[in-house]
Design a protein around this ligand. Structure first.
Ligand SMILES: Nc1ncnc2c1ncn2[C@@H]1O[C@H](COP(=O)(O)OP(=O)(O)OP(=O)(O)O)[C@@H](O)[C@H]1O
Ligand SMILES: [Mg+2]
Length: 364
């Protein structure tokens, strides 16, 4: 099989296990993003793929070739780091061609490859400058250029945009997306920024404490989070979560908790639940609408109103239940003043339902 496979990768530093039994199948040409909080093992995983770190257990395959014991130079990969790691005394052209010169590539071929990469990255006019004469975004492009000239099977990126300011970051993000479309190369990209993950990825791997929580397309992880962790991790503002149990009334499945009784999503009728089974419900702030037009209702006692132009973000507690914190995204022109009571409603099918003990989604 082509692409990149990780088979049962384990990484221990002393007696601390930082990557746990990782199995991952990355298809050829795919843009796979590893997303997770600081310290969850993303960089370690990437460094294991690159060969900069040795796996304690497990195997790595690139294009069906077992590369587990190969030197980084022999793996046919190129890595772009957060800090660019350019050679300060070399100009841009020399920085970009460094690995080709080491590999003994003929001079005319080097010149062609550097020129082609510089054209793609729009840095043709910078080839004779030193890194210190470049902006952050230009340096990042040189670092990417250095990876492109090697024409690797796999590109690895570790938080390549996190040193850039917000505007440049979103600009470079768009450029990376275009670049991937043009080159079509298998890419593994590490970030803790979910916007980068959602906008760039073919699929996202969500990590927590060295373990995969879910692998899916951006739409899948947003619309069908596999567990409470992913549900709470993906989406801004965070998904609203509340405790509930399930009751059957006149043949209808209802979800019951402190201060509410809501109709269940249609799919829940096909799931066998234990009587009184502890559930956690999730509702995206974006799924809540002002007014009472939808079947499931609640009232929000607003404590924060943030007007953002086309929309406003409300946060507060459920009326009469000061421990139940809630947030909602409503149209910017919706009337909501601080401290007021705002009636909200939502469609039952917008509910996510999890087993509170296992944390897993009950959705088949
Ligand atoms: N050489 C090492 N020796 C001991 N522990 C290490 C070593 N390298 C990393 N770790 C630990 O392994 C865990 C995972 O680190 P890793 O760098 O992979 O995290 P990360 O997900 O990339 O985090 P960040 O977003 O902060 O970069 C951390 O707890 C870290 O302290
Ligand atoms: Mg890291």
């Amino acid at each position: 099989m082509s692409g990149l496979q990780l088979k049962n990768i384990v990484k221990r530093f002393g007696d601390v296990t930082v990557v746990k039994n990782l199995d991952l199948d990355i298809r050829e040409g795919e843009f796979m993003v590893l997303l997770g909080e600081s310290g969850c093992g993303k960089s370690t995983t990437l460094r294991i793929i690159a060969g900069l770190e040795e796996a304690t257990e497990g195997q790595i395959f690139i294009d069906s070739r077992d590369v587990t014991n190969l030197h980084p130079m022999d793996r046919d990969i190129a890595m772009v780091f957060q800090n660019y790691a350019l050679y300060p005394h070399m100009d841009v052209a020399k920085n970009m061609s460094f690995s080709l010169r080491i590999a003994g590539c003929p001079a005319n071929e080097i010149k062609e490859k550097v020129a082609a990469a510089a054209k793609i990255l729009n840095i043709e006019h910078l080839l004779s400058r030193k890194p210190k004469e470049l902006s952050g975004g230009q340096r990042q492009r040189v670092a990417i250029g250095r990876a492109i000239v090697r024409e690797p099977k796999v590109f690895l990126f570790d938080e390549p945009l996190s040193n850039l300011d917000a505007k440049l970051r979103s600009h470079m993000r768009a450029e990376l997306a275009v670049l991937h479309q043009r080159l079509g190369k298998t890419t593994v990209y590490v970030t803790h920024d979910q916007i980068e993950a959602m906008t760039l990825a073919s699929r996202i791997v969500i990590f927590d404490k060295g373990q995969i929580q879910q692998v899916g397309t951006p739409t899948e992880v947003f619309n069908r989070p596999a567990n409470i962790f992913v549900a709470g991790f993906i989406g801004v503002p965070t998904m609203n979560m509340l405790d509930a149990t399930c009751v059957t009334q006149n043949g209808r499945t209802m979800l019951h908790g402190a201060g509410f009784e809501w109709a269940a999503p249609d799919w829940l009728s096909g799931v066998s639940l234990q009587p009184g089974q502890a559930l956690t419900l999730g509702i995206r702030p974006q799924a809540l609408h002002t007014g009472t037009a939808h079947a499931n209702r609640l009232s929000l006692q607003t404590q924060v109103v943030e007007y953002l132009g086309t929309e406003s973000q409300l946060a507060g507690t459920m009326l009469g239940h000061s421990a139940l914190r809630f947030s909602a995204i409503v149209p910017g022109d919706a009337k909501a003043s601080l401290g007021s009571e705002v009636p909200l409603s939502f469609e039952p099918n917008e509910l996510h339902v999890f087993d509170r003990n296992t944390g897993l989604s009950l959705r088949p």
